[in-house]
Structure formats: structure tokens, C-alpha cells
Design a binder for this molecule. Structure first.
Ligand code: SF4
Length: 357
């Protein structure tokens, strides 16, 4: 059954914190809604949904839901209740900070039909959390995750890479610590320098250097592989490229790309293809013309942005010709290899085989 999200943005509402990288009002184009607007937003979305085939979840995104006034939280949740009772919406999701979770507020959320809680963890390193002025430590993250699990919610974790004080090794360590908590889903966001933030001032003074796009793609790809290897879905990589984020003057510096997640998937495909070609050459000897075989739905992931993956693989394997060919009966995320003249792949490497190597 297809999953549909009705997103409701509550940017910066009630957030008393000032994380160095955040200017929530600029990132989230939409302004905070009134509880009375929620019904209109739900009705508008439901018009486009065929219920028999869809599972609809209402998601409060943007700010720290449990940091807003209790009465306002409950007015928001109350507005959704008629739709939950009629089965038009099946559950509610919220996102919040780890230090804004406790047993009492979890009980209230459960009573209103909240089933999923996404935590903006960002890092498991206390050094990075302090350097980014997050206002909590990793111990708070573990405590919140255990409470959320104990009360039977689905758990989502949001991680950031390239924060002040961060390193590639630390990002990988954070990914492994996240895996230990067995989240139901993960999001990975590269840090961007957004205008009118403290990070912008640090950047201007030369105290902070953001990751390059290439570094951010490499790091996220390495984390993505770890999560895939542990069957943990990565549901988003890179910020949603909304109009505000794309407008001139919002992103001052950093690895912003409107299709960041696709770049990461292309990187992983390239690594997998490289492994497959290597294995093929070890088994059958080197060739100058090679075919890569993929499911038709994986063609663009395999070819890469402006055919860059093809050029890179051709160069590293000294190939005169590398063709990407499609074949219906190949599983998604599987790469086949053959000589340039063959009509079928001679070797196949699935994603899970690749991840185990
Ligand atoms: S807690 Fe969230 S909304 Fe508040 S300043 Fe930090 S990133 Fe922004």
C-alpha cells in the first residue's frame, strides 16, 4: 500500500534554542499554521488521495513539536482527530529534539494518535553537539530513544554531517551509534551555511569551512551503505529544495544540490559497478569494451549526472567503451557485467552482496 504524507510545517515555533546552523524561518518556506488552518490543509490533500490504495499519515515537520506550548500542541492534534476516527488518516508523525521528550509528554502524544517520532539528533558526538550549540548531549539522545521505544512509537533519527567540530570518522561513528538504536528510518542532512545564522558569521570569519559537494556525497554514501546493510531505510538525504532554499541569498555556502539524494545513490551505484567490473575481470580477464546491465528503473542511477559515472568508470578501468544496458528481469539495485559483445550479463552483483563485501 502506498504511503502518503500530509506535511504541516511549524517552523521555529516555540523553539528557545539557537543552533548555529539554523534559521528555521528561511529553510521552511511555509509559515506556521493556526490549528484552524489544519483542516483546510487536510481536506486539500485528501482530495487527491484514493483511500483504498493509500495509507495517509499527517506529519508535523519543521520545528520542535514538543517544545511548543502544551495547549497549542493539543489544539493541533485535536484538529486531526475527526480524520483519524473516520479512518481517512491512519497516524500522526511529529519531529522534535531529544531533550524535549519525557515519559509524560509521550503518553499525551500516544493518546492523540501520534505513532512516529523523529528526533533531530544531528550527531552522537558531545564535541560536535556543543560546538553546534545544540543544547543537549548524546546521553539525552539515548534516553529519549529508549523512552520512545519503550512506549511503542516508531523512531526516526535525523543526522547531520559537516557540523562544526565534525569529521568523516565522527559521522561514520554517529551512523553506527544510530544503527545500534535500531531506528525505523533515518534522514541525513549535510550542513549548509544559511544566511542570518551564527554559522554564516563563523564562515565569514574563516572559523568554519563547509564540506564540498563531493565530500558530502562521499560521506553520505558511506553512511547510506551502513544503514542499507542493516536494513534501515534512509528516507531522505539532503534538505528538501523548496523555493526559499533555492532563492538567491539563502544558501551562502555548503554542499547544496537540489537532487542531493540522487547524487548519493549514483555514487553508491558507481562503487557497486566498480566492484562488479573488478570481479568480472578477475574471473574472465580484462576487456576494453564492457556492458553494465541494470533494471530499466536503475538506468539514470547507473549512468550518473551528465554520464559522469560512465566517464569515471571508463577512466579507472581503461575502457574504450562502456555501455549501460537495461534488462527487465534484473532485480533493482543489481549490477550485471558482460563483455561489450554479449547479449546477457555474465556476472551479477546484488546490493546486499555488494554491501557484505
Ligand atoms: S532546535 Fe531546531 S528549530 Fe530550534 S534552533 Fe535548533 S535546529 Fe532550529
Amino acid at each position: 500500500m502506498k504511503h502518503i504524507n500530509i506535511p504541516i510545517f511549524i517552523p521555529h515555533l516555540g523553539c528557545p534554542f539557537a543552533c548555529l546552523f539554523c534559521n528555521q524561518r528561511r529553510i521552511s518556506a511555509a509559515q506556521a499554521v493556526n490549528p484552524s488552518d489544519i483542516i483546510a490543509i487536510i481536506e486539500e490533500h485528501l482530495e487527491t488521495v484514493k483511500h483504498s490504495e493509500r495509507q495517509v499519515e499527517l506529519a508535523f515537520f519543521g520545528g520542535s513539536f514538543t517544545a511548543i506550548a502544551q495547549t497549542l500542541q493539543e489544539s493541533y492534534l485535536e484538529a486531526v482527530q475527526p480524520y483519524l476516527r473516520r479512518g481517512l488518516i491512519s497516524s500522526i508523525r511529529i519531529s522534535t529534539r531529544p531533550d524535549c521528550i519525557n515519559a509524560a509528554n509521550l503518553r499525551v502524544l500516544a493518546g492523540w494518535g501520534v505513532r512516529t517520532i523523529e528526533l533531530g539528533v544531528q550527531s552522537f558526538s558531545d564535541v560536535v553537539l556543543k560546538a553546534s550549540a545544540r543544547g543537549y548531549l548524546s546521553a539525552d539522545v539515548f534516553k529519549a530513544c529508549h523512552l520512545i521505544r519503550e512506549q511503542g512509537f516508531k523512531l526516526g533519527l535525523q543526522l547531520m554531517i559537516g557540523l562544526p567540530g565534525d569529521t568523516y570518522q565522527q559521522d561514520m561513528k554517529s551512523a553506527l551509534q544510530a544503527i545500534d538504536l535500531r531506528p525505523d528510518m533515518v534522514r541525513i542532512y549535510p550542513t549548509l551555511v544559511i544566511s542570518a545564522t551564527a554559522l554564516e558569521q563563523m564562515y565569514a570569519k574563516g572559523i568554519y569551512t563547509p564540506l564540498s559537494l563531493k565530500e558530502a556525497v562521499k560521506t553520505t554514501a558511506a553512511m547510506f551503505k551502513q544503514f542499507q546493510a542493516h536494513d534501515i531505510p534512509v528516507i531522505r538525504m539532503g534538505l528538501q529544495p523548496n523555493a526559499e532554499l533555492r532563492s538567491t541569498g539563502t544558501v551562502i555556502a555548503g554542499p547544496f544540490h537540489p537532487a542531493f539524494g540522487e547524487l548519493v545513490e549514483q555514487e553508491v551505484c558507481k562503487e557497486q559497478a566498480s566492484k562488479a567490473i573488478n570481479t568480472f575481470f578477475n574471473l574472465y580477464g580484462s576487456y576494453k569494451a564492457v556492458n553494465l546491465w541494470v533494471n530499466p528503473r536503475d538506468i539514470s542511477k547507473m549512468t550518473g549526472h551528465k554520464r559522469q559515472t560512465i566517464y569515471d568508470l571508463q577512466e579507472s578501468f581503461h575502457l574504450d567503451q562502456l555501455l549501460v544496458r537495461q534488462i527487465d528481469n534484473l532485480l533493482l539495485d543489481t549490477v550485471g557485467v558482460s563483455t561489450g559483445s554479449a547479449a546477457n550479463p555474465s556476472l551479477q552483483l546484488t546490493r546486499s552482496q555488494f554491501l557484505k563485501q
